[in-house]
Design a protein. Structure first.
Length: 452
């Protein structure tokens, strides 16, 4: 805005340069009156009814911070910012805070800091401050944004380096379990070189990582020293332990019946071997040759067993597949005579002789074989059932006829005229009752067959 027009020839303006924000502070007193209401020059500290406009000026642009109107205007006060009469002090304080935040961010870059929490605190503090839009602030904003643009990708790189160096540090920790201390220290040197090839993880973190590697190197040296002092005793114990492992392995190989269980036990013995320690190069080489030879012997025997077993599975599957095709062919011919029936039964015998075909296909082959057989036996059973039912109907008809004949004979006994004829009827009746018993037995047998 332009300089306020207060329409007072006696108005007094006080201007002071202010390097903190790169402009001037402005204070204008106006509207003073004497006891007669006549305009007079305002005097500071005098109750002459004057008003005061205060703010800042930057290259001809005026910004009001506070305006206490003259008594003639009502004497009210209005403010240009939320900070009211403290606006100038707050602006000065916040501009200094922004400079300090930018400086802290630059220092973090210089130190290679990886403190993401500290970065977020700076960003939150910066965003909480008012934008005053003054020259000095613009320079600070450029400084801050430049540092932020440089630091955020640098922070990402540092965090990646922390992750990579942490992984290298974890690998170094594993070397503490090594039995060959010289090799372990050589590996540790390689890890140190790899860590040096990576960029910084922050000064504090870098020191922490390398202190850790130096600690591991010191531990390995101490272990080497202790080992050397007890080398003969340790090697003797390792030799004894490895000979025991060889004896156990030999027994397992010679009496292996379950390859899976034996393999697990041999692998466990191999773990014991690795933990047994160093028995001296020449002794170790000889013992290893014997131990590994037993392992190879077992693995070769296991491979041979499974090769032979798989071959047997293939032969079994091939035999069963041929039987399936044969059974399907017999069923398709719909010949249910003695020869076909006997062949179907023989196929069952040959199936059992074929043995197991392997877990992957044995059940599937059996299901297919059973389905093919069922087609034959179901059809044969249906034909048999039909024949039995026909025989049963015929026998029941014949039984009805015999029952009628017995009724007639029993009636004739009551009307025969002489004893000779009565004897003939009784003989015939006796025969018919025997026929009835035989026929009833026949019907019972046929019903039994029909229900099966």
């Amino acid at each position: 805005m332009n300089k306020p027009e207060l329409n007072d020839e006696f108005a007094k303006t006080k201007i002071r340069k202010y390097k903190t924000f790169g402009g001037n502070t402005v204070e204008i007193m106006y509207g003073a009156q004497d006891e007669n209401g006549k305009a007079v020059p305002p005097k500071e500290g005098v109750d002459d009814g004057h008003g005061t406009w205060s703010g800042i000026e930057i290259k001809g642009d005026y910004r009001m911070f506070a305006w206490t109107h003259s008594k003639a205007e009502g004497g009210s006060t209005e403010y240009g910012t939320e900070y009211k009469e403290n606006a100038l002090d707050v602006m000065k304080q916040q501009l200094e805070q922004k400079v300090e935040l930018a400086r802290k961010l630059e220092a973090m870059i210089q130190e290679g800091s990886s403190d993401e929490a500290a970065l977020n605190e700076i960003k939150e503090a910066w965003n909480a401050l008012t934008v005053w839009d003054v020259p000095a602030e613009k320079d600070t904003i450029k400084r801050y944004e430049k540092a932020l643009a440089s630091y955020e990708p640098k922070l990402q790189e540092i965090q990646q380096n922390i992750t990579a160096k942490s992984e290298l540090s974890a690998q170094a920790d594993q070397l503490l379990d090594a039995q060959n201390f010289r090799n372990a220290r050589n590996e540790l040197d390689k890890l140190k070189d790899s860590m040096l090839e990576l960029g910084t993880a922050g000064r504090e973190k870098d020191d922490e990582f390398f202190d850790h590697l130096r600690s591991i190197d010191h531990t390995l040296r101490e272990k080497q020293k202790e080992y050397n002092e007890h080398a003969n005793e340790t090697r003797g114990e390792a030799e004894t332990k490895k000979k025991e492992i060889i004896a156990k392995t030999k027994d397992l190989v010679e009496h292996a019946t379950n390859f899976k269980e034996t393999n697990e036990k041999i692998n466990a013995l191999f773990d014991e071997w690795k933990a047994a320690g160093n028995a001296g190069k020449d002794t170790d080489d000889a013992l290893w040759e014997e131990f590994n030879g037993l392992r190879r012997q077992f693995f070769d025997a296991r491979a041979k067993y499974f090769d032979e077993r798989n071959l047997q599975f293939r032969k079994s599957a091939e035999t069963k597949q041929k039987l399936i095709e044969e059974v399907k062919e017999i069923a398709a011919k719909k010949d249910y005579g003695r020869s076909a029936t006997q062949r179907m039964k023989q196929c069952d015998v040959e199936w059992r002789k074929a043995g197991f075909s392997g877990q992957d296909q044995n059940d599937a082959l059996w299901d297919t074989f059973t389905k093919a057989k069922e087609e034959f036996w179901s059809a044969k059973k249906q034909i048999f059932t039909n024949a039995v039912e026909a025989d049963l109907a015929k026998a029941q008809t014949e039984l009805e006829k015999i029952n009628k004949e017995i009724e007639d004979l029993e009636y004739r006994l009551t009307v025969v005229p002489n004893p000779a004829m009565e004897k003939d009827v009784e003989d015939t009746l006796y025969v018919k009752k025997d026929e009835k018993t035989d026929k009833e037995n026949e019907i019972a047998e046929l019903k039994k067959k029909a229900s099966e």
